[in-house]
Design a protein around this ligand. Structure first.
Ligand code: UD1
Length: 370
């Protein structure tokens, strides 16, 4: 029986890990797995609610690292993980995505001489001011098995000197979760609970430090969106960090908590199913998240990414994504373009078919035999 240790820490990790845990479970006796939550995200609406929606088992261990500076958070996760890894001695450690918990997990395991598998390897924004880009580069450079979502990622890794035999193009586990939950989320009709009409509102997510930690940058985005509100309500499930900044910068005037009143409508952070429902019935999605760019591509919802770059260019070339930039004018132009010329998707990006986790587990099984 091979021993697998799965590490998660933040919201998007839960979505990516759920199908992997399930696929490992389905192999019965072949694997024994442990799920470790670093505790990077800890609020019920940022964490526990996702475990329920995604039917993820309660973590075997929660390291409770909580919030802090990047160094504090990464270091706390490493220090608390080390004895656990020493005790369990997994045959392989699986980390997903690009958050601080991903890097902490990979680094700790590798230094103990353990094998590391990174799911969602090779994505590059080529923007080193993004903490996630640093996490991606460092994690990929020390991983033994690198699972990619598209061939652009394969090319990025090869260019960085990663040997081809370590790279496995398996598809997208984020889409495994989406396809598994889509029908149920469709029936949920969460948008109706907010009083919205289908395909007559926009959904907004915003939490990147570069967009929200600086008052000028945030106001540029809010200004652009505010001017579009006449045509369409904008619903904003707010990340706790963004809520803090809005308060701190005195930007309450851009927001409302009543549909019909002028302003962006704030809600608390949503569950996975609620957000999926809101997303699929949106006329337009505005986001600085990575995963949301992929989800809108599969749901065929026009998306404007509120960033200067994306590590997921396939969502532009093969999906419904438009790069909006971060200035008032560029955002307004991208919104116009997204509403007018988002063509229907011809096909899903290759291998975004709901079976990525099964392919991952096939590779894990053969790597563990070696
Ligand atoms: C993290 C990831 C980001 C990912 C995002 C998804 C890193 C570097 N960033 O960003 O890539 O897209 O998660 O949401 O790992 N907070 C709460 N409750 C929580 C968690 C956080 O109130 O449960 C607040 C705290 O004030 C905290 C702040 O949010 O300081 C930021 O949390 P943190 O985990 O540092 O980064 P995120 O912005 O969530």
């Amino acid at each position: 029986m091979k021993r697998i240790l799965n590490i998660v820490g933040a919201r998007p990790n839960f979505v990516k890990m759920a199908p992997i845990v399930r696929a490992l479970e389905q192999r019965g006796e072949q694997f024994v797995q442990k799920l470790v939550h670093t505790g990077q995200h800890y609020d019920d609406r940022m964490s526990a609610i996702f475990f329920r929606d995604l039917k993820l088992p309660i973590p075997d261990v929660n390291l409770n690292v909580g919030s802090g500076s990047h160094a504090q958070q990464t270091a706390a996760a490493m220090v608390r993980l080390e004895p656990l890894l020493q005790e369990f001695r997994p045959d392989i450690v699986i980390v997903v995505g690009d958050v601080n918990s991903t890097l902490a997990g990979a680094l700790t395991a590798k230094k103990l001489g353990l094998k590391v598998a990174h799911v969602e390897a090779g994505l590059r924004s080529f923007d080193m001011s993004m903490p996630e880009e640093i996490n991606r580069l460092c994690t990929d450079s020390i991983s033994d098995v690198l699972f990619t979502t598209d061939k652009i990622a394969d090319a990025n890794l090869l260019r960085e000197g990663i040997p081809a035999e370590r790279i496995h193009f398996v598809g997208n586990v984020m889409i495994d979760s989406l396809l598994a939950c889509r029908d149920f989320a469709c029936e949920e009709r969460f948008y109706e609970k907010l009083g919205l009409q289908p395909k007559a509102y926009a959904t907004l997510t915003l939490h990147r430090p570069s967009n929200i930690d600086n008052a000028e940058a945030l106001e540029e985005i809010l200004g652009a969106l505010f001017e579009n509100i006449q045509d369409m309500p904008i619903i904003f499930p707010v990340h706790p960090r963004a809520r803090q900044r809005v308060k701190e910068f005195g930007f309450d005037r851009y927001f409302t908590d009543k549909l019909g009143a002028k302003g962006i409508l704030m809600t608390e952070p949503l569950s996975y199913i609620e957000f999926l429902n809101l997303n699929m019935f949106s006329r337009l999605v505005l986001t600085d998240s990575g995963g949301v760019q992929e989800e809108t591509t599969i749901l065929e919802v026009p998306c404007v990414t509120l960033r200067k770059n994306t590590e997921r260019p396939i969502t532009i070339t093969e999906g419904t994504n438009h790069l909006g930039g971060v200035t008032r004018e560029s955002i307004k132009a991208a919104i116009r373009a997204a509403l007018v010329d988002t063509p229907g998707r011809v096909r899903n990006p290759e291998l975004w078919d709901g079976k990525a986790a099964e392919r991952i587990v096939d590779v894990i099984a053969s790597v563990c035999r070696m």
